[in-house]
Design a binder for this molecule. Structure first.
Ligand code: ADP
Ligand code: ZN
Length: 451
């Protein structure tokens, strides 16, 4: 472990050092990274050629052997892989090893349709665990931490992915999984949990349950949260950090790329380092599919570099982000992506105007009176669309002063209109009245009839 600077954390209680899990690889220079990527890309192409799915495709693109890949630029010869391709290849069209070598299967959560399946060999799981260990150590996490994993275990990759990574670091793991807030809080208090892994929506929710479970912040030793699995805004992160008095680190991953441990924030929280010795990162224009330069927002495309059982080439994630141009003070050389601003399939068209749910979240979460939950509903209003934004507000706002509530409603409406152009209907709700999600939150209910 190596110290390269000290930073005061948000709540200033902890002085944390910038630590590494595998300093050599985390600070690798371009001149070493690129030949490594090329070698691993050839291995991946070689593995892909063994699958029934890629064989024909690569042949059609003139790639008959790994030797047809001579430079990293030759990546452009390889066609993209989409989620639909993965579904088409279901169940085993993408399997590159003997099925005897497979020791685990994971699937995506199926947020947008039929889930996709990824096979893992022992080596695949070992590599994944290393990436997670690297990621969490970058936040200052160490073997002294008590880690409560509040993500679902099972086919969903959030649970087991972080579980093995935290064990490898040598922390104490509490594998409770998602849900059962009462038990979560008890364990957090009794075992002095320092770190939680949780969805941002559930992180906001558990705080609202402190009081009825007789939990005071002072009873807890909580320092940090790894938040991920769903899009959230910077204002949501700030809210989580403020109400729980912790540091929250953004964690991005997807089951097609193993799961968590693809991109993770370090203590500086300026974008998520993406482990480029294990994934080739590209950002492309979602419409023209042309590669975009650093700083330009587009769709994230990944190529696996170390995966044996299910190699994936130029996989279009449908997630939107950009790559930061500047370097990070932590000295990690792996490029950082911004937080995810939306999914290409998340985009809503309301009265002809394109918008992402994240834009709504960004606005409402910066309004101090707004509580910890919200929901967006779309309905038909004659020929037009009606956008209803339901927000929970803190109970102290329900004083019986109707004028005050009307003013607040107007303020939320105005701020939303300025950001998304559309005039929404705003509804104010009491705390705890909107649906709560223990896993990925479903924030948008679209009741418009699809033609
Ligand atoms: P599904 O695509 O069915 O939801 P996964 O469980 O593999 O399947 O979820 C991966 C997706 O979750 C990502 O593609 C992304 O859209 C979302 N996601 C994961 N982590 C984050 C994060 N930190 N910020 C925003 N979105 C995230
Ligand atoms: Zn960094």
């Amino acid at each position: 472990m190596f110290a390269a600077g000290i930073i005061n954390f948000r709540h200033n209680k902890y002085k944390m050092q910038n630590t590494f899990w595998n300093e050599n690889i985390e600070t690798i220079g371009k001149e070493q990274l690129q030949p490594l990527q090329l070698k691993l890309l050839k291995d991946t192409v070689s593995a892909a050629l063994k699958t029934s799915f890629y064989k024909n495709r690569l042949y059609r693109s003139g790639i008959k052997s790994p030797d047809d890949i001579k430079t990293l630029g030759d990546l452009n010869k390889i066609p993209f892989t989409t989620k639909d391709d993965l579904r088409e290849a279901y169940p085993s069209g993408l399997l590159s090893t003997s099925s005897d070598d497979v020791i685990r299967i994971h699937t995506s959560s199926g947020t947008t349709g039929t889930p996709t399946v990824i096979y893992h060999t022992k080596e695949d799981l070992d590599n994944w665990t290393e990436l997670v260990a690297r990621s969490i150590v970058a936040t200052g996490f160490s073997r002294s931490d008590i880690f409560q994993n509040m993500m679902s275990y099972g086919l969903f990759t959030g649970g087991l992915g972080l579980h093995y990574g935290a064990e490898r670091v040598g922390a104490t793991v509490i594998p409770i999984g998602a849900g059962n807030t009462k038990r979560q809080l008890q364990l957090m208090r009794d075992f002095k949990t320092t770190t939680i892994h949780i969805t941002p929506s559930y992180a906001l929710h558990i705080h609202s349950k402190f009081k009825e479970n007789n939990i005071k912040r002072g009873d807890l030793c909580l320092k940090r949260a790894f938040i991920g699995a769903e899009p959230h805004s910077e204002n949501t992160r700030k809210k989580i950090e403020e109400i729980l008095e912790i540091d929250a680190y953004n964690s991005y991953g997807l089951s097609e790329m193993n799961g968590p441990g693809v991109s993770f924030e370090c203590i500086y929280k300026r974008g998520m380092h993406t482990w480029e010795d294990s994934y080739i990162l590209e950002i492309v224009d979602p419409v023209t599919q042309e590669p975009l330069c650093e700083g330009k927002e587009g769709e994230i495309v990944f190529t696996t570099l170390r995966r044996k059982a299910t190699p994936l080439l130029r996989y279009r994630t449908r997630d939107l982000a950009f790559v930061y141009k500047d370097s990070c003070p932590c000295r990690r050389t792996h490029r950082r992506i911004s937080r995810i601003t939306g999914r290409t399939d998340d985009m809503l068209i309301v009265n002809g105007v394109n918008m992402f749910p994240s834009q709504i979240e960004e606005v409402i979460m910066r309004i101090p009176e707004v509580g910890t939950n919200y929901q967006v509903q779309l309905e038909k209003d004659g020929a037009l669309d009606r956008l209803i934004v339901k927000v929970e507000i803190y109970s102290k706002m329900f004083t019986g002063n109707v004028k005050e509530l009307d003013n607040l409603k107007e303020k939320i409406k105005e701020e939303l209109r300025a950001s998304i152009i559309i005039h929404p209907v705003v509804e104010l709700h009491e705390p705890g009245s909107l649906p709560v999600f223990e896993g990925k939150a479903k924030r948008v209910i679209d009741l418009r009839v699809k033609i």
